[in-house]
Design a protein around this ligand. Sequence first.
Ligand SMILES: Nc1nc2c(c(=O)[nH]1)N[C@H]1C(S)=C(S)[C@@H](COP(=O)(O)O)O[C@H]1N2
Ligand SMILES: [Mo]
Length: 320
Amino acid sequence: MLLIQSRSRHHIRSSEITEPRLYLDRRRFLGAATGLLAAASLPAALLYPEVGRAARRLPPFTRSQRYTTDEALTDYEDITHYNNFYEFSTDKEEVAERARHFRTEPWSVVIDGEVEKPGRYHLEDLLRPHALEERIYRLRCVEAWSMVIPWVGFPLADLIKRFRPTSRAKYVEFTTLYDPEQMPGQRRNILDWPYVEGLRMDEAMHPLTILAVGLYGRVLPNQNGAPLRLVVPWKYGFKNIKSIVRIRFVEHQPVTTWMKASPREYGFYANVNPEVDHPRWSQARERRIGEFFKRKTLMFNGYGEEVAHLYAGMDLRRFF
Ligand SMILES: Nc1nc2c(c(=O)[nH]1)N[C@H]1C(S)=C(S)[C@@H](COP(=O)(O)O)O[C@H]1N2
Ligand SMILES: [Mo]
């Protein structure tokens, strides 16, 4: 276990791009230690051969036994070519191509607001202390489609504890990069850029909430929010803000991009709720990408046992 631990502390570098000789060495290393490693940190090329070796490698990660599902994974091709990322395009099938040359290195994240250790941190330094874990989560978009995605990331709570928010910090606000040169969507007024999202502190600290750096065992593709994105599986997809450059601790509820765009349609909480329709369509059912028949949408996207207590006593029609 020691071995795994220290390996998993490695950060992502440009040198993680697959290089055949290294790949072979890694396999030999694994072969020698299979007893110890078991299913813990198999190379992604073995876990998900369909991804291909061109995708960039992650440091080793463990697979969560707890945060997983028996449901079939959505195809890698669909996860990476059916994207909502308005900074690049409003056409889901065009995002991947438009994001192809997006530069995610170097990358830094500003941590500020009501926090004891504010600063601008290089991504490597931000990630270094965190052991990576694979978790399979459902993602339910407000547009009534869904996917099952094997993310690689770490609990947001661990990062929050490191920077020690003050007692005034009641919410966490996240901001996406603003760079119209690279993000053609930001040259148009489709949304009030940069994209902003937020969570109440207890939602941010919930063990289900993660910051993701990878999917399908590989570094997060640009179109999925490289190099760092939020994943909150019981909320509609739009809460899962991509390409984060700022994490700010605040006293008051942040005004999020979608609330500004259309307050009737998009609330702050955005918990998946089949009983509260979107003003323009029902939220009772969803289409799992890759399937033909629609399925019922589950309260809190099926994570009710873990998260319903966060909203005890709240009127979920009002706080949608
Ligand atoms: N910065 C930013 N983050 C974003 C979006 C966006 O347009 N810009 N779209 C959101 C929506 S609506 C969804 S459904 C998910 C889609 O994530 P995926 O492309 O990885 O499936 O990202 C969310 N995060
Ligand atoms: Mo979405």
